[in-house]
Design a protein around this ligand. Structure first.
Ligand code: DGL
Length: 270
C-alpha cells in the first residue's frame, strides 16, 4: 500500500509499461501536457513481442511489472500497451493500490462517439484475436463496422530499427492492401509501436486516415488525474527514469524517433 499522506501521493511517479519502445508514443504525449510529473517507464524488451504470447504469459509479465511499480511507490500505471490492456487488464485491475489506465478501454468511448461507420484496426495477433477494440467500441456505438487485421511483423520492424528497409515497406504494403478491401473511413493504430511506422504508412494513405489512440489516451489520463486531485504540485519539470529487461542501447536507439532519452536505461530483469 502507498503509506504516505494525500499531499505526498500527488508527487509520486506515474509509471508506464510496454513490451519495448512502443509506449514512448504515449509517454511523449503525456509528458508534453503534464511536464511537471515524475515518470518511470519499464520496457519489457526481453519478453517482446507481447503480441505472440499467451494469456498466462502476459498476466505473469504484467503482474511482475506491477509489483516492481508497487515497490517504487507510484500513484498510477499507464498500460501503454494494447496487448496487455486487451488480455490482462480485466484479470489484474483490482490487485494493486494505484490507478491503472488501460489504453483500449480508455480511448474506445471517444472513438465510438466520432460516429465513424467503418473502422479498421491494425494490431498485434493477441489484440486482434481478443477483439478488444471491437467489443469496447460497440459498447458505445453498435452501428460501427470494425475490420481487424493482425500485423505480426510490425513490432519487430520498430524494435530492430528496420524502418527504412525495403522488406519492411513490403510487409506494410501487404497489410494496407488487405485493409483497403474493407474501405474503412479510419484505421486505428492499435499497437503503440505502429505510430513509429507513420512515415511509411503515409506513403499509402493520408495521415488523417489513421487514428493514433495515444492522443486521446494522454488527454484521458490528464483529465482523470485532475478529477481525482492527483496531479503533481511540482513547479518545475519532473524527472524521468527508464528501465528495460534487456538491451538498453537498442531501446535508446530505436526509441529516439519518438523520445530522446538522456543517459542509458537501467537494466532490470524481473
Ligand atoms: N506495443 C504493444 C501493443 O500496443 C505490444 C507489441 C508487442 O510486443 O507485440 O500491443
Amino acid at each position: 500500500m502507498i503509506k504516505t499522506n494525500t499531499k505526498n501521493i500527488n508527487n509520486l511517479p506515474i509509471a508506464f509499461f510496454d513490451s519495448g519502445v512502443g509506449g514512448l508514443t504515449v509517454f511523449e504525449k503525456l509528458k508534453k501536457i503534464l511536464p511537471n510529473e515524475t515518470y518511470l517507464y519499464y520496457g519489457d524488451t526481453k519478453n517482446m513481442p507481447y503480441g505472440e504470447k499467451t494469456e498466462t504469459q502476459l498476466i505473469e509479465f504484467a503482474d511482475k511489472i506491477f509489483h516492481f511499480f508497487e515497490q517504487k511507490q507510484v500513484k498510477a500505471v499507464v498500460m501503454a500497451c494494447n496487448t496487455t490492456s486487451a488480455i490482462t487488464y480485466d484479470k489484474l485491475k483490482n490487485n494493486y493500490n494505484f490507478r491503472i489506465y488501460p489504453i483500449i478501454q480508455s480511448v474506445s468511448k471517444v472513438i465510438a462517439q466520432q460516429d465513424i461507420k467503418r473502422i479498421g484496426v491494425f494490431a498485434t495477433p493477441a489484440t486482434i484475436n481478443s477483439h478488444a477494440y471491437s467489443k469496447e467500441i460497440k459498447k458505445y456505438n453498435n452501428d460501427t463496422e470494425i475490420f481487424e487485421i493482425a500485423c505480426p511483423e510490425w513490432v519487430k520492424i520498430v524494435e530492430n530499427n528496420k524502418l527504412n528497409q525495403p522488406e519492411s515497406f513490403e510487409k506494410i504494403k501487404e497489410k494496407i492492401k488487405e485493409m483497403e478491401i474493407h474501405t474503412p473511413e479510419k484505421i486505428i493504430l492499435g499497437c503503440t509501436h505502429y505510430p513509429f511506422l507513420l512515415g511509411t504508412l503515409k506513403q499509402f494513405l493520408p495521415e488523417n486516415k489513421f487514428i493514433d489512440p495515444a492522443i486521446e489516451f494522454s488527454k484521458f489520463i490528464k483529465d482523470d488525474l485532475q478529477t481525482n486531485n492527483l496531479l503533481s504540485d511540482n513547479k518545475t519539470e519532473g524527472t524521468e527514469k527508464f528501465y528495460v529487461s534487456s538491451s538498453p542501447e537498442n531501446f535508446k536507439t530505436s526509441g529516439s524517433l519518438f523520445y530522446k532519452i538522456d543517459g542509458m536505461p537501467v537494466l532490470v530483469s524481473l
